[in-house]
Design a protein around this ligand. Structure first.
Ligand code: ADP
Ligand code: MG
Length: 351
């Protein structure tokens, strides 16, 4: 009987929708950390502290001194596609990390989430979400900024929980996320603490840098990548047709046996992009043997309309309107700097 077996089309409820979306946005603890720290940066925070227990599986807590969220807005911040960052009319013109309004509802669907926040001149409030169920807004105690606590990530989705790596591996992935964002924001102070045991342990700390953009970046790279990188890298500063390339690229003598020390940013956003990595390789082609990999932290900046960051929910891929221009700029600017340095070195030796 066909009518009896006919499938019924149902609208999914919000909790189910958020859980499905969370699968894309929150792959592992490090992706939750990324979303929360990016939110803190978007909120104008100057100090961001990240506490993590058991590789982020049992606890992730991000504390910031940013603009805060008003009590009335707390439920809105947790509803899907609600964002204070764009108005939807200009998806091509994005200046913040966030814009999809998906992170908080997704996190609330896959863990136990608490948001406590205070905007200047008002009282502090908090709200809880568990398994997608949003609680009431209640008065809370907090001096300023926002504290977001995510406990028991994936407790409701045991399948996902099972696919997580060891605490150690997840902690390392979190450290990597923090380091990339710390490079992108040298004027902001970052501290990452492991609070698994009885005594909290700081695993990474970067004090706020001062000076101009290059000073600050150089100082931050010394903190994140090490003094040796900072002392053996060349300042890059080039422009072509509205595309700006800045940062530091290591001398060939500082090269590595793997591609671990390649950090690329597009409009301030850490990216992993084949085109850009390929350009970096191409630039060093004449300067490095096949088994060596260049080390660099490079920032491409352009008008947001020239690059699409809306390729994937995690936003680590980008699409350039003119890929050849980006590649050409990287190759020529780095080759120039490397040839220059080589020339300086040989004249110093000769003289
Ligand atoms: P998006 O970042 O794409 O806007 P989110 O779900 O990550 O979406 O956050 C929703 C909204 O909650 C943000 O647009 C912002 O207004 C607010 N928000 C989130 N985190 C913070 C924070 N740490 N400080 C201030 N506001 C925040
Ligand atoms: Mg966000």
């Amino acid at each position: 009987n066909i009518s009896e077996n006919r499938p019924v089309i149902r609208q999914l409820d919000d909790a189910a929708i958020n859980r499905i979306a969370a699968g894309e946005v929150v792959e592992r603890p490090a992706s939750a950390v990324k979303e929360l720290v990016e939110n803190a940066i978007d909120a104008g925070a100057m100090r961001i502290t990240i506490d993590v227990a058991d590789g982020g599986k049992t606890l992730i807590r991000v504390t910031d001194d940013g603009c805060g969220i008003a009590g009335d807005d707390l439920p809105l911040a947790l509803s899907r596609h609600a964002t204070s960052k764009i108005d939807g009319s200009d998806l091509l013109n994005i200046h913040t990390f966030g814009f999809r309004g998906e992170a908080l509802p997704s996190l609330g669907a896959v863990g136990r989430l608490n948001i406590t926040s205070r905007v200047p001149g008002a009282a502090a409030f908090e709200i809880n979400v568990e398994g997608g169920h949003v609680g009431d807004v209640r008065p809370a105690a907090l001096n300023a900024g926002t504290v977001i606590t995510l406990r028991d990530l994936f407790y409701a989705t045991p399948a996902r929980l099972k696919f997580l790596r060891t605490d150690r591996a997840e902690s390392q992935a979190i450290g990597d996320v923090i380091k990339r964002l710390a490079m992108a924001e040298p004027f902001v102070r970052f501290e990452l603490r492991d609070v698994s045991g009885d005594a909290p342990r700081t695993t990474f700390r970067a004090e706020a840098e001062t000076g101009d953009m290059f000073d600050a970046l150089h100082g931050r790279l010394a903190t994140v990548l090490g003094r040796e990188f900072a002392d053996n890298s060349l300042k890059i500063d080039a422009e072509r047709e509205g595309l700006h390339l800045t940062g530091y690229a290591a001398l060939p003598t500082y090269s590595r046996g793997s591609a671990v020390a390649q950090y690329l940013f597009v409009n301030g956003r850490p990216v992993r992009d084949k085109l850009l990595v390929g350009a970096l390789r191409g630039a060093y082609f004449d300067f490095l043997s096949r088994d060596r990999h260049p080390a660099a932290a490079l920032f491409l900046d352009c008008d947001p309309t020239l690059v699409d960051v809306n390729v994937h929910p995690a936003k680590s891929e980008v699409r350039f309107r003119d890929p050849g221009l980006a590649r050409g700029l990287i190759v020529s600017a780095l080759r120039h700097a490397l040839a220059d340095a080589g020339h300086r070195a040989s004249t110093t030796v000769a003289g």
